[in-house]
Design a protein around this ligand. Structure first.
Ligand code: SF4
Ligand code: SF4
Ligand code: FES
Length: 256
């Protein structure tokens, strides 16, 4: 087994402020960035705060920015870096720091709560739902989400624009709305809930200009922009410009 000393810069601090701290640390074959952070904790910085759980790319808790790019620390192999390179690890930029590499991601849970849940169809009991395999496959991709919030962190709409957070759900939750809107059994419309309209009017779909940055950082390889956001935008526009939809809404407005 070969090992070498790597140079690291790790952000230390809290909500009051902080800065990058320099470390020289041993790296062994096969290690990932999270191993190095753990080695720092056990040898040089016992109070270094970091959030993690599975070390297998499945819990979504070890999100951070490595050399400025949002990534999972447990899935970032040290072998992808040049041995002479200084590796910088900083907390997610779009969310407030609690301490060191740990951020408060409560914004995302707030946005999750704002998306109305699946509405079961009337008269069909659990176990009686039937869907075509094609519909199952479509939403299966979105179900792979591990809620790491790397897409939320990288999206330029909120990354440096705290003021947009109130009006914008972010790619992860617009994807959730798209998933529900595509769901053949979702009965939201029968209850008067128009998911396409709320995506536009309440969750900020119009802020997304399909740059695909969210897709690029997703560790699950979900095609967030192509398979969720663009189809949702297309359906929302169809609804707005479809003459029958337009006429129907006029008639409804007149008769009410
Ligand atoms: S595609 Fe839309 S949601 Fe994704 S990063 Fe770009 S603006 Fe944000
Ligand atoms: S869509 Fe991808 S990047 Fe976004 S929270 Fe889910 S797994 Fe993470
Ligand atoms: S520790 Fe679970 S995704 Fe990295």
């Amino acid at each position: 087994m070969s090992s070498y000393e790597a140079r690291f810069k790790v952000w230390r601090g809290d909500e009051q402020g902080g800065g990058l701290e320099d470390f020289s640390v041993e790296v062994n074959d096969g290690e990932v960035v999270l191993d190095i952070i753990h080695r720092l904790q056990s040898t040089q910085a016992p109070d270094l705060a970091v959030r993690w759980n599975c070390k297998a790319g499945k819990c979504g808790s070890c999100s951070a920015e490595i050399n400025g790019r949002p990534r999972l620390m447990c899935m970032t192999r040290m072998s992808v870096f040049d041995r002479a390179e200084t590796i910088t690890v900083t907390p997610l930029r779009a969310f407030p720091v609690i301490r060191d590499l740990v951020t408060n991601v409560g914004f995302n849970y707030q946005k999750a709560r704002e998306v109305p849940a699946f509405v079961p169809p009337a008269g069909v009991g659990p176990g009686e739902y039937r869907m075509t395999q094609e519909d199952v496959d479509r939403s299966q991709e979105f179900r792979k989400c591990i809620e790491c919030f790397l897409c939320q962190d990288t999206c330029h709409v909120v990354r440096d624009h705290e003021e947009n957070k109130a009006a914008f759900a972010g790619p992860r939750f617009l994807m959730r709305i798209a998933e529900l809107d595509m769901h053949p059994l979702d009965a939201a419309a029968e209850t008067g809930l128009d998911r396409k309209r709320t995506a536009q009017d309440e969750h900020g779909l119009g802020y997304c200009n399909i740059t695909k940055c969210c897709t690029e950082v997703c560790p699950e390889g979900i095609k967030i922009t192509d398979n969720a956001l663009i189809p949702l935008k297309e359906r929302a526009v169809d609804r707005k410009y479809d003459p029958l939809v337009w006429l129907g809404s006029k008639i409804r407005r007149r008769s009410s």
